[in-house]
Design a protein. Structure first.
Length: 222
């Protein structure tokens, strides 16, 4: 803003026009900053959704293999180690987290079946560790849906989410969630910032891991 003032002061012959231009410039800058923030949160939540869908797919694969091939803990632990080896430094594929993916799919498999798309469920629109809190603290899927939706609407941080669950907020406000809001959390909200860390960091790391894997494979063929 200071630079804009300096530029506009170079033409002192039209004072009133200069003052008006500064106001217009300030509004334009404000509008553009708002658009940038909106684009940022859309990109962030889109990346977060893809991450949750990936974890859902991994969980689904494990559950199906358990049913069809009797996969046990040893194979799941081996899978976690192999994924960590394939994507060094990526994170998210620890033994504990891979078991969480299995639990995530198992918890919501029946909930997802009547939905037109997985993306309709609020679980796919909150950061992963918000989901972990909801799975660990609540056993009823209706309550889980309620808190996931409210977290989106209010942009709750994980800590705030835990606080409201502990205080049993759903018992005071009531009503099951039937229509899932597609409103995104505000760019400055705690949820948006945590989603940026989890989803954004994940995709930067995936891109780097894929690049390194391609370079490694290239050296093997030379």
């Amino acid at each position: 803003m200071m630079n804009a003032k300096k530029v506009m002061k170079k033409n002192p012959t039209k004072t009133s026009t200069t003052v008006t231009s500064m106001k217009e410039y300030a509004q334009i800058l404000l509008d553009l900053k708002k658009k940038i923030q909106e684009a940022q949160i859309k990109a962030t939540m889109s990346a977060n959704k893809e991450l949750i869908k990936l974890y859902w797919y991994i969980g689904k694969t494990i559950v199906e293999r358990q049913k069809e091939d009797s996969w046990g803990s040893n194979i799941i632990e081996c899978l976690a180690k192999d994924l960590q080896t394939s994507f060094p430094g990526l994170g998210g594929f620890s033994r504990a987290n891979v078991f969480r993916m299995q639990a995530f799919y198992s918890a919501y498999e029946k909930v997802a079946q009547p939905a037109r798309q997985l993306e309709d469920l609020p679980f796919f629109n909150i950061p992963w560790f918000h989901n972990v809190v909801i799975m660990q603290k609540l056993k009823n899927n209706d309550e889980r849906l309620w808190y996931a939706q409210k977290a989106i609407e209010n942009g709750w941080s994980r800590t705030m989410l835990e606080t409201w669950i502990k205080s049993e907020l759903h018992n005071r406000q009531g009503k099951a969630v039937t229509n899932f809001s597609k409103v995104l959390p505000a760019p400055q909200s705690d949820m948006a910032q945590q989603a940026l860390k989890e989803g954004g960091f994940f995709y930067v790391k995936v891109k780097e891991s894929l690049r390194l894997n391609m370079l490694y494979e290239k050296t093997l063929t030379q």
